[in-house]
Ligand binder design. Structure first.
Ligand code: G3H
Length: 504
């Protein structure tokens, strides 16, 4: 692995180790603050590297440069932009192993998932280039309204928004940054990325990748620093035309309250519930629940976060889920353990607080409730009631509550009472009933007989209520990151002009 890392050009890495510079206007820079943010491996607390703690003045310069670079990028043809994204996709794929390795170290994601996150991003870049080339405008006659005729015609086509600020999360630092960068660039915008502090290193490589792929200086920039110091400044900057953010609902709501009249694309938290009916295929259901709840130790907005089983299958399902949960590997992400460290000890304390609250209020512990360092053993709690915090709060950790219900109506009611509305799941053989329940769930997407998940990445991905704003997914993101521009033709004296057009 390390040999592969060495293939990455040295200019990117500062001489005194893995201290990374930030990327602006086509060059790598050290912050004038002289300060760095040290990133430690959440598994063993060893230092992985450090990124620059940029200042507000640097943030201002980066945004100004991105704004000044709009023209040179907008002038490129769709084909040129698509070709650049395709080249970037190839580079991403080429570097999947070293990039995955760095990500595994900085966020404690199992190595296999980290590498597949990089490969997924490469595919996303390709698909975005392809979708961008399919973009179409439209022409509309005015005669659908009384008093108007075909002499009035609106012609619309899409134009970029300008500078897009992309703020990615720690749990998918490469993919959920890439899923903003690719559509933003394809739509003709320039980009400023602000990565999360924990998880800042792997997205920095976009600077190198996009430069090599042919993105001109200033069009793509990535600035690191503490969200608390430069986050609001970046989001509120008058030259930022849109903010695309993935992270907690709390931060999303804060951003919405400070940005003013800027378009926002927000992917926030979830409390996805799996409703399991009496006729469900329990093996399939248990597999989906365990993988949905515990991949990357539950640190996914789309993780299965509640199970609502019907009385006829509850005992059997819970037994199966427990059996499969007890088989999960726990430990070192480098050894590909499914359950690894949570991102911080603060997060572990929060998850432990949810477990303690549920057990204090009468929940039945089935397994887990053990902690070593930042690892929390996968924890199943039965007989969870709506009085317990775990029925409503998003843990972002390996804890799964079972809330036993007696009817589809009760399940729908508990699902919908959540402040979140990301995804829902229904497990049953009765597709008619599943469809009926799906129509009642107040979420962005309902999965029938499958775990909640965002992909494949051309599907629309959105949340209602506190789960988000706007729709992502390849073509949806391109649309969100551009706007229609209308030009209205007002023709006059059409018939007369034709008659008069004679050359004899
Ligand atoms: O954490 C939020 C992500 O959008 C979840 O993506 O369903 O592919 O794990 P995923």
């Amino acid at each position: 692995m390390i040999e592969e890392l060495e293939k990455i050009p040295n200019s990117f890495v500062m001489r005194d180790g893995l201290d990374f510079k930030f990327y602006a206007s086509g060059s790598w820079k050290k912050s004038s603050s002289g300060k760095t943010i040290v990133i430690k491996n959440p598994y063993n607390d060893k230092i992985v590297g450090a990124v620059q703690a940029c200042t507000i003045e640097e943030a201002d310069k980066v945004i100004t440069m991105a704004n000044e670079s709009i023209e040179c990028w907008e002038e490129k043809t769709q084909r040129e932009r698509a070709d650049i994204l395709m080249k970037a996709a190839n580079l991403i794929k080429e570097w999947a192993n070293p990039l995955g390795y760095i990500m595994m170290k900085e966020i404690g994601k199992p190595i296999k998932s980290a590498v597949s996150e990089i490969i997924r991003t490469s595919e996303l870049f390709e698909a975005t280039a392809e979708a961008g080339l399919q973009q179409e405008g439209e022409a509309i006659y005015g005669d659908a309204f009384k008093g108007f005729s075909k002499d009035k015609m609106s012609i619309t086509y899409r134009v970029p928004l300008g500078v897009i600020l992309c703020i990615g999360p720690f749990n998918y630092p490469f993919n959920l940054t890439g899923s903003k960068i690719a559509p933003a660039l394809m739509a003709g915008n320039t980009v400023v990325v602000k990565p999360p502090s924990q998880g800042a290193i792997s997205p920095l490589f976009f600077g190198l990748i996009l430069e090599k792929a042919g993105v001109p200086p200033g069009v793509f920039n990535i600035i690191t620093g503490k969200g608390s110091e430069i986050g609001d400044y970046l989001a509120q900057h008058p030259l930022v035309d849109m903010v695309a953010f993935t992270g907690s609902s709390e931060t999303g709501k804060h951003l919405a309250s400070v940005v003013g009249m800027k378009p926002l694309l927000l992917e926030l938290g979830g409390k996805d519930a799996a409703i399991v009916l009496n006729d469900a295929n329990l093996e399939l259901t248990a597999d989906a629940i365990v993988s949905g709840a515990f991949s990357y130790s539950g640190q996914r907005c789309t993780a299965v976060k509640r199970v609502l089983p019907m009385p006829g299958i509850a005992d059997k399902l819970i037994e199966l889920v427990k059996k499969k949960t007890l088989n999960l590997s726990i430990g070192d992400p480098e050894e590909n353990a499914t359950i690894g460290p949570l991102i911080s000890s603060k997060q572990c304390d929060f998850v432990q607080g949810l477990i303690d609250d549920a057990l204090r209020k009468g929940g039945t512990l089935l397994c887990g409730n053990k902690r070593e360092g930042n690892i929390i053993w996968p924890t199943l709690i039965d007989n969870v009631t709506i009085e317990m915090r775990i029925a409503w709060e998003e843990p972002f950790g390996p804890i799964l509550p079972f809330i036993r219900v007696n009817s589809a109506e009760e399940a729908i009611d508990i699902s919908n009472k959540s402040e979140y509305g990301l995804q829902g799941m229904i497990f049953t053989e009765n597709i008619d009933l599943a469809f009926n329940i799906a129509q009642e769930l107040e979420v962005g997407t309902v999965q029938i007989n499958g775990k909640s998940e965002r992909g494949p990445d051309h599907f629309p991905f959105l949340g209602t209520k506190s789960s988000g704003l706007g729709t992502q997914g390849i073509k949806y993101s391109i649309e969100a990151m551009s706007r229609p521009k209308g030009i209205v033709l007002n023709l006059s004296e059409k018939g007369k002009l034709i008659k008069e057009c004679k050359y004899d």
